[in-house]
Design a protein. Structure first.
Length: 139
C-alpha cells in the first residue's frame, strides 16, 4: 500500500497509459497521452523522498554535491554523505582537478567531465564491492 501524507499520494510516478494506433493518428494528429502523475507528498514528511548517499546509502549528514563543479555544471547535484563528499574532493585534489571558475568554456567542460568521471568511479566501485559479495552464477 502506498504511504499517504494528509490527502496526497506518495510513491513512484504512474506510467502513462498505452495509446493504441487508432488514437495516435486520430484525425491526422497525434492525441495527447495522459500526463504522468508525479508524487505529491511533502518530502520532509516522507521516507521515500529523503536523500541518501549514492555510495553507502546512509541518510545522515547528506550534502548535495556538484560533482561537475558548481562553477561548471551547477544544475547537477548528487547526494553524498559527509564522508564520501570529503573523499570525492580528496580524489579530485589527488589527480589535480581544480573546479575553480575559469573563463575558458572548453576547460570548464573538460574539468567537469574529469570530476564527473571520478564521481562515477566512486559509485561503480561501491557497486562492485556490493556485487562481489554475491556468489558467481551463470544466468
Amino acid at each position: 500500500m502506498q504511504e499517504r501524507v494528509g490527502s496526497t499520494r506518495c510513491g513512484p510516478a504512474e506510467a502513462p497509459r498505452p495509446v493504441d494506433d487508432d488514437e495516435q493518428n486520430y484525425g491526422g494528429q497525434a492525441k495527447k497521452q495522459d500526463p504522468i502523475q508525479a508524487p505529491t507528498c511533502a518530502p520532509s514528511n516522507c521516507s521515500l523522498h529523503r536523500p541518501v548517499c549514492v555510495i553507502c546509502g546512509t541518510a545522515k549528514n547528506i550534502e548535495r554535491n556538484h560533482p561537475g563543479g558548481r562553477n561548471h555544471i551547477d544544475w547537477f547535484k548528487v547526494p553524498f554523505c559527509e564522508r564520501h563528499h570529503q573523499q570525492f574532493h580528496r580524489q579530485l585534489e589527488g589527480v589535480g582537478v581544480n573546479l575553480r571558475y575559469t573563463s575558458n568554456k572548453v576547460k570548464r567542460l573538460v574539468l567537469a567531465a574529469l570530476a564527473l568521471t571520478i564521481a562515477l568511479w566512486m559509485v561503480l566501485q561501491a557497486l562492485w564491492e556490493t556485487v562481489s559479495e554475491f556468489p558467481d552464477q551463470n544466468p
